[in-house]
Design a protein around this ligand. Structure first.
Ligand code: F6P
Length: 363
């Protein structure tokens, strides 16, 4: 077995608080083993464009643990198996450049790669692993929708941001006796909505896993005013949908871009205003949830994931992803990690807690 001398790491997909902490842990743990670390800029862009590879040494990762974003940059339009190509007439097509990634890895003398990303990036990692790339994945996403890990880093920071916002909305909602509808991220899962909605004491929480009946939502809002609590807070996951309808998407998504959620708060707000006497205001938290410093929990998980990924490389546990299985971090097969997304289990204690607290889930 050849010795590990040089590894490369990349960050793909949407950013999440904690990415820089993972990078720092990888660089420090690898450097201690005498390895060289290369940082690939902008997902795979750097490997397909070798002017964007950085040498990451201890100096390069000094003071970045608490910083949001990623010093390597990222993209959610960089799948080497479906690399976007703009044709002369402006139309967008895709081409498979995965072989070029393997050639670049060879040319640069990279012995192993650590890829930090969500389900899209880890699916790419799995595809490259099947083609022979020695790769270890690290689970990242604020959505917390990755299977086989208890949590992804970034999730708890996003929940904290959303909870802080819901807390602040209470006073203005109460002063004006309004209904406030807050839209949070999560794609087609309701983790952020459920956790921030319960913690922020929302009255209604709508998640994609429980399609809602608008009459139940209106009943809950009306009951608040009937008992003299003259305001209501509705937290809607961006992927929430009515039992007899579909999710709300952003229509002007660029060709070839991933499906974009957005607009549920506006849609709900309009119906609530039409069908109740109350004033309604809406708020889309959007990318605020992805920004800023990771909270302590995410920093620690991110640092643990980074160090564990280096140990996986050392032990040649390739084709795996590091995963939190409290109290340990384990290596799980990448194929298990990407088989299906993790949705909120309807029989979970957290869902039951919401119901026991009298929060309407719209059903
Ligand atoms: O997956 C993370 C996430 O923030 C989702 O919650 C959201 O739907 C999506 O990314 C937004 O992506 P973009 O950065 O392309 O707007």
């Amino acid at each position: 077995m050849s010795e590990i001398r040089r590894i490369a790491l990349s960050t793909g997909g949407g950013d999440a608080p904690g990415l820089n902490a993972v990078i720092r842990a990888i660089v420090l743990a690898a450097t201690r083993r005498g390895w060289e670390v290369l940082g690939v800029r902008k997902g795979f862009g750097g490997l397909l464009n070798d002017d964007t590879i950085l040498r990451l040494d201890v100096e390069a990762v000094r003071g970045i643990t608490h910083l949001g974003g990623t010093i390597l940059g990222t993209t959610n339009r960089g799948n080497p198996f479906e690399w976007p190509v703009t044709q002369p007439d402006g139309t967008l097509t895709t081409t498979d450049r995965s072989d070029e990634v393997l050639q670049a890895v060879d040319r640069l003398g990279i012995d192993a790669m650590i890829m930090i990303g969500g389900d899209g990036t880890l699916r790419i990692a799995q595809g490259l692993a099947l083609k022979g790339l020695p790769v270890v994945g690290v689970p990242k996403t604020i959505d917390n929708d990755l299977a086989v890990t208890q949590v992804t880093f970034g999730f708890h920071t996003a929940v904290q941001t959303a909870t802080d916002a819901i807390d602040k909305l209470h006073s203005t909602a109460e002063s004006h006796e309004r209904v406030m509808v807050v839209e949070v991220m999560g794609r087609n899962t309701g983790w952020i909505a459920l956790h921030s909605g319960i913690s922020g004491t929302a009255d209604v929480i709508l998640i994609p896993e429980i399609p809602y009946d608008i009459d139940r939502v209106l009943e809950k809002i009306t009951s608040r005013y009937t008992i003299g609590r003259n305001f209501a807070i509705v937290v809607a996951a961006e992927g929430a949908l009515p039992a007899d309808g579909t999710e709300v998407l952003v229509e002007d998504a660029k060709p070839g871009a991933a499906k974009r959620y957005g607009g549920i708060a506006e849609q709900l707000g309009r119906v609530i205003a039409e069908r109740t006497p109350h004033e309604v205001r809406t708020l889309v938290l959007g990318h605020l949830q992805r920004g800023g410093s990771p909270i302590t929990y995410d920093r620690l998980v991110a640092l643990r994931f980074g160090a564990a990924a280096v140990r996986c490389v050392e032990q040649r546990q390739f084709g795996t992803m590091v995963a939190l299985h409290p109290p340990d971090i384990k290596a799980v097969p990448l194929e298990d990690a990407v088989r299906q997304i993790k949705t909120v289990p309807l029989d979970s204690d957290t869902v039951q807690t919401a119901r026991d607290l009298g929060i309407s889930l719209g059903d």
